[in-house]
Design a protein around this ligand. Sequence first.
Ligand code: BV8
Length: 242
Amino acid sequence: MNALAEARRILAAAERVVAVTGAGLSAESGIPTFRGPEGLWRQYRPEQLATPEAFTGDPLLVWEWYYWRRERISQCVPNPGHIALAEFEARQGPNGFTVVTQNVDGLHGSAGSRQVLAIHGDIWITRCTCCSYQFRDRKMDGTFVPLCPECEAPLRPGVVWFGEDLPHLVWDGAVRAVNRAQVLLVIGTSSVVYPAAGLTGLAKNQNTRVIEINLVPTPASPLADIVLTGQSGVILPELLKK
Ligand code: BV8
């Protein structure tokens, strides 16, 4: 039996499935990945932009990068990979399928997925650096650092930077979902950013079957029961079709 057929057989028998997704899933929607040849990080290093220190040091540079990314994302739509995941969720029923995404682009929600845990936050949220003020923000350009209307402190993108804790309730939900899952799909992620990358090891320690979808081998590949090599937008519709 080939790898895809075996993966379909395993999924057909699974009551609860979790998918961990990364920038590779959105690549076919036109959103550059972080560490690929055309990656978002190519002209910058992560510590230059996605850290609290970078924001303190040059908040306008960080905002300009996020405005640029919002602009890019606003021109992108979910691809067949996102849609296949949303349709699979509808067929799995309540608590049958959870997406744990590192992506901040919101494309899973646009594709119709409802059980989505955005562990690295949401690029379309702007929040205060000091008080609890936050709002859904469609602003995609700016020449100054926005200030909080409540307390006048600088506003920041509602994403999780390196060195920052993940939102506890969301992260706890992701761990609980993996603990209950019979199958973990690891889709389009380089599996180098923790603690997200640790979910694969958590799954393996409890005999959850792991299926990885990527263009190239990653640190998760040796842990996977099945590795499906190729574009997630091509593989997922085949893997998850009725
Ligand atoms: C934290 C911000 C404490 C939003 C991002 C061990 C334990 C805990 C922490 C650490 C640890 N070791 C190191 C750390 C610190 C650090 C870390 O992991 N550093 C790394 C670099 C070593 N982690 C942290 O600081 C985290 N916070 O740990 O707090 C804590 C501890 C325990 C529990 C809770 C809290 C915070 C990490 C979050 C950082 N923020 N983004 C934004 O601006 O977007 S990370 C950034 O990288 C994005 O979120 C992105 O999603 C993420 C991961 O990247 P990928 O999604 O994998 O994207 P990448 O480009 O790397 O790879 C794309 C893949 O797709 C490739 O494999 C490619 O082959 C593939 N691909 C491409 N095209 C396709 C494809 N596959 C299929 N089809 C295609 N078409």
